[in-house]
Design a protein around this ligand. Sequence first.
Ligand SMILES: [Zn+2]
Length: 451
Amino acid sequence: MSCGNARVGGILPRKCFSGIGRQERLSPLLFYGKTPAGGCLVATLPASEKGAFRRVERGSLVKRRSGIEAEGRRPIACIIPPFLLERMAEAGDSAIRRRAVVDLAQATAVHAVRDLVRTMPSLLATPSPSCCRDRLIYDAGGSDNLPGRLVRREGDRRSRDPAVNEAYDHSGATYDFYSEVFGRNSLDDAGMTLISSVHAGEADGEGYQPMNNAFWNGSQMAYGDGDGLVFGRFTQALDVVAHELTHGVQSFTSNLVYRGESGALNEHFADVFGVLVRQWSQAGAAKRGRRKEGASTKDRKATSRSERSWLIGAELVVPAATRRAVRDMQHPGTAFVNDPLLGTDPQPAHWKDRYRGTADRGGVHINSGIANRAFVLAAEALDDEPWQTAGRIWYDTMLEIPSRASFADAARVTTRIARDDHGAVAAEAVREAWKAVGVKVSAAKRAAGAA
Ligand SMILES: [Zn+2]
C-alpha cells in the first residue's frame, strides 16, 4: 500500500486503507511503520477515519494492525504492557491518545538496546567503585537524553525533588533486599552500580512530553512523571522499581527468552520479586516502628495474611472506582475492570484460560498471571513470610531455570528445589499451588527431579 503523500498530523488518505475490510474499519486501527528496530506504532485511526497521526516519514507507512493483534514489532518490557498503551492509543481524548502513541514508539526503541544487552549483559554494567551498594540518580530534565544531569550520589543528602529521593530509596531497598535475603551483591552479583534517571521525557515531534512508563534498558532505570490521568509519577511505587530491576537480575541469570511461556515466566519473576521487595521493606518499617513503641516480641510477625497486598503498581495508578493497580497477583484479571481508558485486566488465573494469541509477545504480561497466582498460593500455604521459604525457592529457580523454560518446567524446578532444600511440606505446598492453576508436575518427572 502506498501512502507516500501522508503528512505528519494530517488526515490519513483514503487509499491507505482501501484494502481494509468493513469489520476492521468499524474498530480503531493502529498503524505501524518500518524502522531499523523492526517497526513501531506511528498512527492511530479512529472509526471516524479521521485520526491524526505523527512521526510518519514519506513512504514509511507500511503495515496495519487492529486491536492488540500487533505482531512484528520488537518486544516491550516496560512496566506498562503494550496492550494497555494500545488501548489508550484508541482513547477519545486526543491528549491521552497522543501520549500513548509516543510511549509505544519509545518502548520499541528501548527494546532494541535491551535485546543487545540480553546477549551480553556485562557489556553495559557499571562496576561499583566500592563493590557494595552504589546508586547514582540523574535528572533527565524532561528529555530522552539519558542519563541526564547527576543530582544525587550514594550517601548524598536528600534532595528537594521527591522523584530523586524515591528513585534513590527504592533502588536502595531493592539492593538491600537481594543482599540481605539472598546474599546477592547487586543485579550482576558483582556490585554493579544502580543508575536511575528521573523526569524522563519522550519526543513526539512537537517537543517533549513526560514519559508515561518506566523501563530498565540493560544499563539503567528511567522513570517518567506519568500523565496524571491514568498514571502518576513512576518512581512512587517500590514494587514497580523492584520489578524492573529484577529484569536486570534475570539478564544475568536465567535470561528467560521474552516470548511465549518463557517470556511470561520472565514477567512472573519480575512481579514476584517486585512484590516481595515491597512486602519485605514494609515489614522492616513496621518492625522498626514497633521496636520504637516497645512492643513485645509477640507481634514480631510482620504481616498477617489479610494485611498482605499482592498488587503491582497500586501507588502508580491514579485512583478511580474502575482501577486498583496494574496487576493483581492473587486475583489475576481484577486489577482494573471496565475502566474507560484501560478496559478490563486480561490476565487469566488458570492454565485452561491462557492467552494463545500473538499480541504482547505471546501474552508475556497476560499469562504471567497464572504463575503469579501459583506463587501467592504457595506463599500463603507456608507458615512464614513470603520472601522466606517461597521467595527462596523462586529465587533459586530464577538462577537455574533454562532460558526457554515452560510453565511445566517452572512447576517442576520449584517443586524439586522445595523438596530438596525445604522438605516435604514445602514441596507439597508448591505442587498444590501449581495444580490449583492447572499446571501439573508429572509423577515420572517428579521422581527423576528433572530440571
Ligand atoms: Zn516487566
